[in-house]
Design a protein around this ligand. Structure first.
Ligand code: MRU
Length: 347
């Protein structure tokens, strides 16, 4: 486990590793209200679908310590916490883990009015711990696809920093490394936030996992030279037909991988699967500020006044995905039937 977890629960506060400052500055921010947690999610202090969901659950636990319902009933608790739930739900739109975690909180409150602050704290801690265990399971399921030493290309950061710990795509990579099956990891730098260079390469270096940084534009050439066996990525939301929303640029990689006969794996907890989304078209894609493209670390890198488009995610059609790996098992050549079977299975 990393010595610098993305989230640290203190009982009366939540500490988040400020991922905007990595890798050169390691600093934790202490948060005490749901509003502060929502702002931290919006500003990318904490990011990555599972980590966002866990942070939101802690955010409601913090709110419950401060709120007093008009009467002691589950309904009154729901009403008094509604502004906090709503503010957290507005923070980022694409990662469905956020909405999944908030629904788990609502379900917990609805059970009874007893001890709500303590129960919401316990729930957030459970979601956090469970996420780490799920990542380890999916790591083993994913690594079972490798019979020989593999070379892997990954995108963005789907590691310990993006989850409760261990990671989804990087969980598979860690498991392969633990089993002596990992040759090389290529980390795509991932413009504009550089999660690949700032976070993934740092995270893998910490664990002495062989990582080589590449510009996005190098991916096709690396595959053409036969240097990549698998592309492995995480996901922010998977539709019920297996379409995958993930960091912008994932779709490019899937197209390149198919052309070059490179296999394409997506690793995610089942809390990332949105059975209400019929396909990728139904997934809301976050559009972020154009300044993230026209500027770099606050410095303009484009002509003044130029227009820029900045979608944070794209959708990879299920037909380009070879395998979806989750804590409940795997789905090869994903489609509606395979996803439905997976969701019906118990963990
Ligand atoms: O904008 P980000 O950094 O939150 O985007 C993160 C990703 O796209 C990750 O690949 C995804 O959340 C999976 S994290 C296990």
């Amino acid at each position: 486990m990393s010595q610098y977890p993305a989230l640290r629960w203190l009982g009366d506060g939540l500490e988040l590793l400020d991922q905007r400052l990595l890798p050169h500055d390691i600093r934790y921010l202490r948060l005490e209200t749901a509003d502060q947690v929502a702002q931290a999610i919006r500003d990318m202090v904490v990011r990555g679908a599972p980590a966002i969901g866990i942070a939101a659950a802690y955010g409601v636990a913090l709110a419950a310590r401060r709120r007093k319902p008009a009467e002691v009933s589950a309904q009154a608790w729901l009403e008094v916490l509604e502004p906090d739930l709503d503010c957290l739900a507005q923070s980022r739109p694409t990662a469905v883990n956020l909405f999944w975690a908030l629904q788990r909180v609502r379900d917990e409150i609805a059970l009874s009015a007893d001890d709500i602050p303590a129960r919401l704290e316990r729930l957030a801690m459970e979601l956090h711990q469970r996420d780490i265990e799920d990542n380890r399971r999916m790591g083993r399921f994913g690594a079972a696809f490798f019979t020989d030493e593999v070379s892997i290309y990954t995108h963005c950061n789907a590691g310990a920093l993006a989850t409760g710990g261990y990671g989804t795509a990087l969980g598979v990579i860690r498991a392969a490394h633990e089993q002596g099956l990992l040759g090389q990891v290529y980390a795509g730098e991932t413009r504009p936030w550089l999660q690949g260079s700032r976070l993934t390469s740092w995270e893998l270096q910490q664990d002495a996992i062989p990582v080589c940084l590449a510009t996005e534009a190098a991916a096709g050439s690396l595959m053409q030279q036969g240097l990549v066996d698998w592309v492995i990525v995480g996901a922010d939301r998977v539709a019920s037909n297996g379409d995958v929303a993930n960091k912008i640029g994932t779709y490019n990689l899937a197209v390149l991988a198919r052309y070059h006969g490179v296999r394409f794996m997506v690793a995610l907890p089942t809390s990332t699967i949105d059975m209400d989304a019929a396909d990728g078209q139904a997934i809301p894609i976050e559009q972020r500020a154009p300044e993230e493209v026209t500027h770099f670390a606050g410095v303009p890198v484009a002509p003044d006044g130029v227009r820029a488009v900045n979608p944070a995610f794209d959708v990879t059609p299920a037909e380009l995905v070879d395998v979806i790996v989750t804590e409940k098992g795997v789905v090869e050549k994903p489609g509606p039937a395979g996803i439905a079977r997976l969701m019906a299975a118990s963990a």
